[in-house]
Design a protein around this ligand. Structure first.
Ligand code: HEM
Length: 490
């Protein structure tokens, strides 16, 4: 161990790096024992206040650079977008992504470019939105109908998230495979949901940090990594057997030849042309399952929580829908443009409750410069996007949920990264391509719910609990609250 440390120290010294400031590291552990496991957006703000808008933490052998200003975010994501356009993985993500055979966690280069190009036509165009929006509208309407059938929903309340989760799976599985699940009890849906949840839990946990930060301890992680491998294999097999191969079989039948293509049909074409292999296809499905479904669901769940806890804002959304569309006229995707207050509510939820508050970690493959500092190759770069969007130096009373800010002083700020203080989807080369789908899905869902119900906390409670759940890089609500949905009498 002493040799390893001596080598690293001499390597860094030898290069005469001018490293960013940070707490003084101790041998072997670096800063890990001082800073602990939970490097969430809030803890990192405290470090930024102490050490500045760029700082370095040594987590065992790994360098972690935290960026906390709009100017430096611009440098990482835009100006030096190529230099900082790679991703770090860790021992667990290596397993779940087949060492970067996917798109989200692969380094910046040929493979990433190809995957992003191949995924664009099937997933990330306005044509896809237009092809699928009726499906999203129908899924939101189905949520409303199902809730109305549960008498308890109007009295003691229900955990609405469970039904919304089914809706989000249906929204994305319609795009991917032209498939949907009938009910929350559908055995295939239950299997899929359980495996995805296990994948999320295993990768978001802090349990494996020690083996990731300090390689000599890795043998102790063997049991954990074995569980990860097992989950990964069962999950990919499920995608293959029940969805990918099934779609291939269906698409080859005569009756389907003239049908509108779903995403998997486009992806199979790329596979047939030899542009990607069978494993890449599997990892595309893997990526959509994690990047698309949960993130959008968390955002909807947060927005609903804020609407429940701010009845006056909820009323304003409802009044806007009634005035612009007319009472009882269900919201559709093209209506969203005419509903500025609903859009402002969504933006405000994405600001205060940013689903990926530190973005997906970036990485520089080679030694680089940032600000006036040297950044050693393969450092993990966290952009604290949550702080950029919640720093009182840049925002008026950021702690308040006040959608009107996006109609008043911040009316020019969009979710697409046109302002480096507000990056819920990142910006630049590695920014979220799914924004084109996520925004309309969120608006359609919230719109349908508010049009049909008064959303309230359960009896005896004045607000629902909005405690945050810790995770490696996600911001989820800790408790999936019970919500009362009182049907409106129109
Ligand atoms: C509210 C919902 C969503 C949020 C908040 C969100 C947020 C993000 C963020 C912050 C990143 C990383 C940006 C960076 O590192 O600079 C990202 C990447 C990504 N997102 Fe999303 N996302 C959402 C929905 C979706 C959807 C619906 C899809 C797909 C249908 C999707 C697919 C992806 C992919 C493939 C990447 C990786 C891009 C790359 O590495 O090149 N996301 N997302």
């Amino acid at each position: 161990m002493a040799i390893v440390i001596a080598t690293i120290v001499s390597k860094l010294r030898g290069k005469k790096f001018n490293l960013p400031p940070g707490p003084i590291p101790v041998p072997i552990f670096g800063n890990w024992l001082q800073v602990g496991d939970d490097l969430n957006h809030r803890n990192l703000i405290d470090y930024a206040k102490k050490f500045g808008e760029i700082l370095l933490l040594r987590m065992g052998q790994r360098n972690l650079v935290v960026v906390s200003s709009p100017d430096l975010a611009k440098e990482v994501l835009h100006t030096q977008g190529v230099e900082f356009g790679s991703r770090t993985r860790n021992v667990v993500f290596d397993i779940f992504t087949g060492k970067g055979q996917d798109m989200v966690f692969t380094v910046y280069g040929e493979h990433w470019r190809k995957m992003r190009r191949i995924m664009t036509v099937p997933f990330f165009t306005n044509k896809v939105v237009q092809q699928n929006r009726h499906g999203w509208e129908a899924e939101a309407a189905a949520v409303v109908e199902d809730v109305k059938k549960i008498p308890e929903a109007a009295t003691n309340g229900i955990v609405l998230r469970r039904r919304l989760q089914l809706m989000m799976y249906n929204n994305m599985y319609r795009i991917m495979f032209d498939r949907r699940f009938e009910s929350e009890d559908d055995p295939l849906f239950l299997k899929l949901k359980a495996l995805n949840a296990e994948r999320s839990r295993l990768s978001q946990s802090f349990e494996y940090n020690y083996g990731d930060f300090i390689p000599v301890l890795r043998p102790f992680l063997r049991g954990y990594l074995k569980v990860c491998k097992d989950v990964k294999e069962r999950r990919l097999q499920l995608f293959k057997d029940y969805f990918i191969d099934e779609r291939k079989r269906l698409a080859s039948t005569k009756a389907m030849k003239n049908d509108v293509k779903c995403a998997m049909d486009h992806i199979h074409e790329a596979e047939e042309k030899g542009e990607i292999n069978e494993d890449n296809v599997l990892y595309i499905v893997e990526n959509i399952n994690v990047a698309a479904i949960e993130t959008t669901l968390w955002s909807i769940e947060w927005a609903i929580a804020e609407l429940v806890n701010h009845p006056e804002i909820q009323k304003k959304v409802r009044d806007e829908l009634d005035t612009v569309l007319g009472p009882g006229v269900p919201i559709t995707e093209p209506d969203i443009n005419r509903l500025p207050y609903l859009q402002a509510v969504m933006k405000e939820a994405l600001r205060l409750r940013m689903a990926i508050p530190l973005l997906v970690p970036h990485m520089n493959l080679h030694d680089a410069k940032l600000g006036s500092y040297d950044i050693p190759a393969e450092s993990k770069i966290l952009v604290n996007a949550w702080w950029l969007a919640n720093n009182p130096a840049h925002w008026k009373k950021p702690e308040e949920f006040r959608p009107d800010r996006f109609l008043e002083e911040e009316s020019k700020v969009e979710a697409n990264g046109n302002d480096f203080r507000y990056l819920p989807f990142g910006v630049g080369r590695r920014s979220c391509p799914g924004i084109i789908l996520a925004l309309p899905i969120i608006c359609i869902t919230l719109g349908h719910l508010v049009q049909n119900f008064e959303l309230l906390p359960p009896p005896g409670q004045s607000k629902i609990d909005t405690t945050e759940k810790p995770g490696q890089f996600s911001l989820q609500i800790l408790k999936h609250s019970t919500i009362v949905l009182k049907p409106r009498s129109l």
